[in-house]
Design a protein around this ligand. Sequence first.
Ligand SMILES: *[C@@H]1O[C@H](CO)[C@@H](O)[C@H](O)[C@H]1NC(C)=O
Ligand SMILES: *[C@@H]1O[C@H](CO)[C@@H](O)[C@H](O)[C@H]1NC(C)=O
Length: 370
Amino acid sequence: MNNFEIPIIIFAVLTNYLIYSTANNEFNENQSTKSEEGCGCSSVNRKSGELLENTEDSNINVDHGKYSSAANVVRKYPQTNQMGFIEGGKFMMGTDEPVFVADGEGPSREVQISDFYMDIHEVSNAEFELFVNATGHKTEAELFGDSFVFESLLSEKTKASVTESVAAAPWWLKVKDCDWKHPEGPDSDIKDRMDHPVIHVSWNDAAAYCEWSGKRLPTEAEWEYACRAGLNNRLFPWGNKLNPKNKHWINIWQGDFPAHNTGEDGFIGTSPVTEFPSNAFHLYNMVGNVWEWTADWWNVRHNTTPSVDPTGPSSGSDRVKKGGSYMCHKSYCYRYRCAARSQNTPDTSSGNLGFRCAARNLPEYLQHSP
Ligand SMILES: *[C@@H]1O[C@H](CO)[C@@H](O)[C@H](O)[C@H]1NC(C)=O
Ligand SMILES: *[C@@H]1O[C@H](CO)[C@@H](O)[C@H](O)[C@H]1NC(C)=O
């Protein structure tokens, strides 16, 4: 099954919410694992570790004893995202053991990356608000007047007003007047989530923010190099084991997708941008929490010729996103791995898609910050 052969999205008009609920209850795992197109990670478009338990996990910055969702909230992040220096080098991008072959996770190929800087965490609501205040930027979700939200995060009132969902992934509802300041529609706000990643931002919005902040979006190769943080051929930024030391290292889905998220990792939706341990490059939430836009156009064929600072295809219709989100579960969207990838059109926005920026040189205004 190839992403180009099948229209990624088909809208189903729902006569009422009851029909939707019924369909949802009939969801079963077999349906989900077979339907890659319906994966909660890629099907939304505006255009119409238990694997290797024995590996060592040396590459983790663990704050022993403090790991719990509530404990980390004290870390108030700065309003202007700090950047980490990423020393360049060679690495193997992609994987020869792809989970989703159709996503172009493989083959593994040698890539050389030059020194660069990477935002240590996803761009937060507070940071995005600085940008909007300074520029008056209107996001595409605001201009279109809607965005996609995972059904169970919505109030009954908002759910009742929804008329469209994604046929292949009916838990995605198209919500009117939903945007970064109203992440679950008009009756929601971000007051208590200023330190969470901004969501409902399109690739175009993300690129505009990065440019305003003297940065740019990372290439997919830079993003993956930063995710792997010096480890070779590992699944996650810290190693191969999903829950080393029996703790959660990542904001993903626990429970049965999409019926019930137990929130065992502390979060049903997004988490603060500095939640969970950082990787060896001191980067937070490279996997999980929200998908992150990258600069590259999407394609699924890669050649194995070694390359230097690759920037992806010169044109395309979709942009690459990396890292998976709080909605990902191994049974269904096992894409919270460094090699995993997915795509959306550049004008798409949703409640599990954000970004962080990169730069070749550290912007001047960050050079003297603590
Ligand atoms: C999934 O498929 C397997 C094998 O085909 C079958 O035994 C099982 O009952 C199915 N599960 C559900 C929930 O349909
Ligand atoms: C943005 O502007 C609003 C309205 O003036 C203000 O209340 C808010 O604090 C500003 N946000 C930031 C992050 O400075």
